[in-house]
Write a protein that binds this ligand. Structure first.
Ligand SMILES: *Cc1c(COP(=O)(O)O)cnc(C)c1O
Length: 326
């Protein structure tokens, strides 16, 4: 039994919700009769693809920067990421009047570079194969007094992400089951704390890509398992190891981690477009794919499904849709 207190509690999530009020979008909850029929349950999709920057990461980023001291805010923040976290930090920092530096790989998609610069961030490019982005970020942080905001292993980031589940429960009432897309476990751990507090008895499951099931291995073995960079289209869940802060929360509040294949992600993306008229990125399809493939018994249950983001490269959609048919 783990008796050390966790890095956040429900009151940190309640505080984050207040901070985000009027800044983050209270995203819609969508339902679909057809999805319910396929899953044999009532599914409530929390659509974070409609969040600022197109993914839930704005919640954690805005909450984290808001809670820095004046001195830290004056100096600025730094993040290393090529994905949604970079854009979330860039936008949240701009809104809060804080300078942001983002360390991105030389081969990051041009659209992502442009978006991050467009939010006013200072982009530092590194060579993916020969340089260590964490070391670069740490060096710049030390030289310039910047605060590093990591994508998941940080208390105020976890608390911010938990507001997604809090809102969902406020909107639809108590849930039997909550399914959450999982990479490093920031969204999962925050949502698990929220569900435990605001919907006691709700069973919480994380969902990972089959090729990158490090959190599943970790939860089942009791140790934080490190894996090589997984080959999957779920680029937001290509993490190699669950966070040091997120893991104990997951151990306490999450029943299990489920896995889905890339093909199932493509089929889910297709369902979202065709039936629900929404664009969801592969990583954002994880939790929904677990429900619609009935990876656990959902019969007759009221199920919350976090749809984590919608930032898909539009030129790749055709390829994803054809993978769904293969
Ligand atoms: C970052 C991200 C995830 C994974 O979140 P973690 O907090 O790292 O588990 C899932 N979906 C999307 C769209 C993301 O951007």
């Amino acid at each position: 039994m783990n008796t050390t207190p966790h890095c956040i509690t429900a009151s940190d999530i309640a505080k984050a919700a207040e901070i985000l009020q009027g800044h983050a979008i209270r995203t819609p909850v969508m339902t679909s009769h057809q999805a319910d029929e396929i899953a044999g349950a009532r599914l409530f999709f929390k659509c974070e693809n409609f969040q600022c920057i197109g993914a839930f990461k704005f919640r954690g980023a805005y909450n984290a920067i808001s809670q820095l001291t004046q001195t830290q805010r004056r100096a600025g923040v730094i993040a290393f990421s090529s994905g949604n976290h970079a854009q979330a930090i860039a936008l949240a920092a701009r809104e809060l009047g804080v300078n942001a530096t983002i360390v991105m790989p030389h081969d990051a998609p041009a659209t992502k570079l442009a978006a991050t610069r467009g939010y006013g961030a200072n982009v530092v490019i590194y060579q993916r194969h020969s340089e260590d982005r964490e070391a670069i970020a740490e060096r710049l942080a030390t030289e310039q007094g910047l605060t590093v905001i990591p994508p998941y292993n940080y208390p105020q980031v976890i608390a911010g992400q938990g507001t997604a589940a809090k809102e969902l429960i406020e909107e639809v009432g108590q849930l039997d089951i909550l399914l959450v897309c999982t990479g490093g476990g920031g969204l999962l751990s925050g949502c698990a704390v929220a569900a435990h507090h605001w919907s006691p008895g709700c069973r919480v499951f994380g969902v990972e890509p089959l090729a990158g099931n490090d959190v599943q291995q970790s939860l089942r073995s009791g140790n934080r398992v490190h894996i090589p960079v997984p080959l999957t289209i779920a680029d937001g869940a290509q993490t190699q190891q669950v966070g040091q802060l997120t893991f104990p929360i997951i151990q306490q509040y999450v029943e299990d981690i489920l896995t889905v294949t890339d093909k199932q992600l493509c089929q889910q993306m297709r369902f979202f477009m065709e039936r629900m008229k929404i664009v969801v990125e592969p990583t954002g399809c994880l939790a929904a794919a677990a429900a619609m493939n009935r990876l656990i018994d959902l019969h007759g249950k009221k199920v919350g499904v976090i749809v984590s983001g919608g930032n898909v490269d539009v030129d790749k959609i055709e390829q994803y849709l054809s993978m769904a048919r293969e």
